[in-house]
Ligand binder design. Structure first.
Ligand code: RIB
Ligand code: CA
Length: 317
């Protein structure tokens, strides 16, 4: 079976870390061309260190890691260390990895590798602010046709925001980058809070992951426990939402999600609602002015996502 070539762009970040574990588990299906990091949950130094720590824990140090933007395109960086911990990896004892960071900037890696590929060949998995992707598309517009689709975690419609009442974190941190990506003409699949909040890391699910009994599954458990605590308290739920792993779940089995092709626009100006994703789910707007530009995920088989996560984690035994 031919492998799906993918580039992962992320801001580890606890849920990014579990997303990486899922991708690593399926390298028989996925050709991971490289991991790009961006500032988001924590600073670029920490997201880049954390990505390499997860590579080392999972024994995947052959995958090149490229550091990207240290700040959004036009704004100061806004981080989420209150959720993920000061080091961005609550639950994991961080250390300086042996594994090197590549010399090349992540944006130059994205541009160079896509130039080598065929049209529509590469899938982008994006689980942080879209700064690197937007910068690459602006730097070399010709690479856009090389992208098959972008499966991104971000946005919210019915769920409301998780940073402000209106905005989800990844879009809030760099709304201009999100705007560029959604206007790029490249196919996007948007996995927003509306579905990720249906995929809760409940105690029962954590117990099942713990029972797998290998180092990677144990690490996932150690991450998801404290990660879950913050949102369980905030939302009064049994477990916190599993955001970023949903992108890999969609890539591996799109039937786990229901999506609707519709228009999405990003608020970049209003002080009150900056980062808001206006999703025209009911198609009320004039398609000439607001053409459809994303496959918006609105339902998910959460049991199926956890079955897949457990399957992935068990491969490290
Ligand atoms: O809103 C959730 C998103 O913001 C996730 O990608 C999480 O890692 C943070 O980056
Ligand atoms: Ca993330």
């Amino acid at each position: 079976m031919t492998k799906t070539p993918i580039i992962i762009d992320c801001d580890p970040g606890q849920d990014d870390a579990v997303m990486l574990m899922m991708a690593f588990a399926k390298r028989d299906q996925l050709d991971i061309l490289g991991i790009c990091t961006v500032a988001g949950n924590v600073s670029i130094d920490k997201t880049t260190r954390n990505a390499r720590i997860i590579c080392e824990i999972c024994g995947q140090t052959d995958i090149p890691v490229y550091a990207g933007y240290a700040a959004p395109l036009k704004r100061r960086l806004f981080t989420a260390d209150e959720v993920h911990g000061e080091e961005g990896m609550n639950g994991v004892k961080v250390y300086e990895p042996e594994m090197p960071v590549q010399e090349k900037h992540a944006v130059n890696f994205i541009v160079d590798i896509l130039r080598e590929k065929e049209d529509g060949e590469v899938t982008l998995i994006v689980t942080g602010p879209m700064t690197n992707i937007a910068a690459a598309f602006s730097q070399a517009p010709g690479i856009k046709k090389k992208v098959k689709e972008i499966i991104l975690m971000g946005g919210a419609l019915r769920m409301g925001g998780n940073v402000t009442p209106s905005a989800e974190f990844n879009i809030f941190v760099d709304p201009e980058a999100a705007h560029i990506v959604y206007k790029s003409g490249v196919k996007t699949v948007t996995i927003g809070l509306d579905v990720t909040h249906q995929v809760l890391a409940s105690n029962a699910r954590l117990a099942r992951i713990k029972a797998i009994g290998n180092k990677v599954a144990d690490t996932a458990c150690e991450i998801l426990g404290p990660y879950s605590f913050f949102d369980s308290e905030k939302y009064g739920t049994d477990g916190g939402p599993l955001h970023d792993p949903c992108t890999i779940a969609y890539l591996l089995d799109p039937s786990l999600f229901k999506t609707k092709f519709c228009n999405i626009e990003v608020e970049c100006n209003s002080e009150l609602t900056v980062g808001h994703t206006a999703v025209d789910f009911w198609e009320g707007m004039d398609p000439k002015e607001r053409p459809k530009n994303t496959h918006w995920a609105y339902e998910v088989d959460d049991k199926g996502v956890y079955r897949l996560l457990e399957e992935c984690l068990a491969t490290f035994s």
